[in-house]
Design a protein around this ligand. Structure first.
Ligand code: PCP
Length: 431
């Protein structure tokens, strides 16, 4: 990130406030144009914009997006695609970590510069995009990592409003799932699904349901039969295997589960004993990250719903760190425009160099929070005027210059980056 040049674009802080409407469109959703125009925002923004305008105040600011605390110790950045759309054509410049990047506590993941009245009302949508998508991508990456090579599928779009199903499935895909269930997922993401219990109950017997599926379902689809509808999982699994299937899906309700490990073990034993070693076991229904870690040795693949789709959001905030070229920040934040550097070596001991931003070097965030669980991230947060260590690579990259996109966001590239950075983090953790 180069030193800030004088702004070359005029402020457009003249959006009328009257356009903001509160009417909902269909299904409790809204017209995306309302987001684009700043009409989906917290009311204090337009109210204060009006006051700023009357007072003749409109500083040129640098704002940072960062998070002070991460329950898993890391996050995967997602939602940049929507941020690019949001600021397209608006008089702001945006630097960001590329989508799919791993980030840690206190690191700025995004820097936005412009006149404050051009930015203010977009903060709500900006943070909403990043908080939600990054939370889902992070949960997906965590669960995929715990699965240790067993495929994980995103089955949770039904846990959220359908209008955001494309966002959920895209974020889960960036996080590393092997496929997603919602048909409204962005093109190119593979769809996965088996059969609902209602389908099985539509037939006289589970056997006739499985036989019909084996005969009539698209030949390219794997023959995965749901085996817990009316009777014992091991009895149904054997019956499905006799009809012919590639896998049995166990979706046993929580209320009936008891010792699910024991149930899965029995199913595996009986399938093996009766000559169906090739029949895989697919587990779904309330599967948590802990379940994946505990059962990955006896389950071949997982369908995960709420544990991904309902993931806690990342609590990003957007804060001014510079006003009219002078460092300034609210209490609890560190002033000055910054850059995050990835070092090309791992020799530095955690915190062995204190930067001018007041933070430590590797292993401690710019906001003073310890990067718990990540003592060797190999990254440093420095003021943008500071010289980075030799060979260090800047992670905040220009995405939008004065309202014009200068970088492309590719879902596949974001997914590849997330996988690579998860691998790198796990190596550093010694996994
Ligand atoms: C649904 C789906 C998966 C569940 C949800 C994933 O099951 O088939 O098993 O979401 P979760 O991880 O949040 O539970 P059901 O709602 O039982 O639907 P069906 O009987 O149609 O399979």
């Amino acid at each position: 990130m180069s030193p800030l040049p004088p702004p070359r674009y005029p402020s457009q802080s003249f959006y009328p406030i009257a356009f903001i409407c509160t009417s909902m469109s269909r299904f409790g959703s809204l017209d995306p144009d309302l987001i684009q125009s700043g009409g989906c925002t917290d009311i204090y923004f337009p109210r204060c914009e009006a006051v700023l305008e009357k007072a003749g105040v409109n500083p040129f600011v640098v704002m940072e997006v960062s998070v002070a605390s991460l329950p898993l110790g890391f996050g995967i950045l997602a939602g940049l695609d929507s941020v690019m759309e949001l600021f397209d054509g608006k008089p702001v410049t945006v630097f960001s970590m590329p989508e799919g990047s791993i980030f840690y506590e206190g690191e700025p993941v995004m820097v936005i510069e412009g006149y404050y009245r051009d930015i203010a009302r977009f903060e709500t949508a900006l943070l909403g995009f990043l908080c939600h998508a990054s939370g889902i991508a992070t949960a997906a990456a965590h669960i995929v990592s715990l699965a240790a090579g067993r495929p994980v599928f995103s089955f949770g779009s039904r846990r959220q409003h359908p209008a955001i199903a494309p966002m959920i499935e895209r974020a889960a895909w960036i996080g590393g799932v092997a496929g997603v269930s919602n048909t409204a997922a962005p093109a190119g993401i593979p769809l996965a699904g088996t059969m609902p219990h209602a389908y099985v109950l539509s037939f006289d017997t589970p056997e006739s349901a499985w036989a019909a599926y084996a005969e009539y379902a698209d030949p390219d689809l794997p023959r995965i039969m749901l085996c817990d509808t009316l009777s014992d999982e091991k009895a149904e699994a054997l019956a499905a295997a006799r009809i012919g299937c590639s896998a049995v899906r166990l979706d046993t309700p929580r209320s009936r589960r008891g010792d699910i490990r024991s149930i899965i073990g029995e199913v595996r034993w009986e399938l093996d004993t009766h000559g169906y070693r090739d029949v895989k076991i697919f587990l779904s229904g309330g599967v948590t990250a802990a379940d994946v870690a505990a059962l990955r040795d006896i389950v071949d693949s997982f369908g995960v719903g709420g544990a991904i789709a309902n993931a806690p959001v990342i609590d990003f905030s957007a804060d001014i760190v510079e006003k009219d070229g002078t460092p300034i920040a609210k209490r609890g934040r560190r002033s000055g425009r910054k850059q995050v550097w990835r070092l090309d070596h791992r020799g530095d001991a955690p915190g062995d160099e204190t930067d001018q931003a007041g933070g430590k070097g590797v292993g401690e965030s710019s906001q003073g929070g310890s990067q718990q669980g990540n003592p060797h991230t190999g990254r440093r947060v420095l003021l943008h005027t500071q010289t980075p260590p030799p060979g260090a690579a800047p992670l905040l990259v220009e995405q939008i210059r004065a309202g014009r996109p200068v970088a492309a966001v590719s879902t596949e590239e974001s997914r590849r980056r997330a996988a690579e950075e998860m691998r790198r983090m796990e190596e550093c953790r010694g996994h």
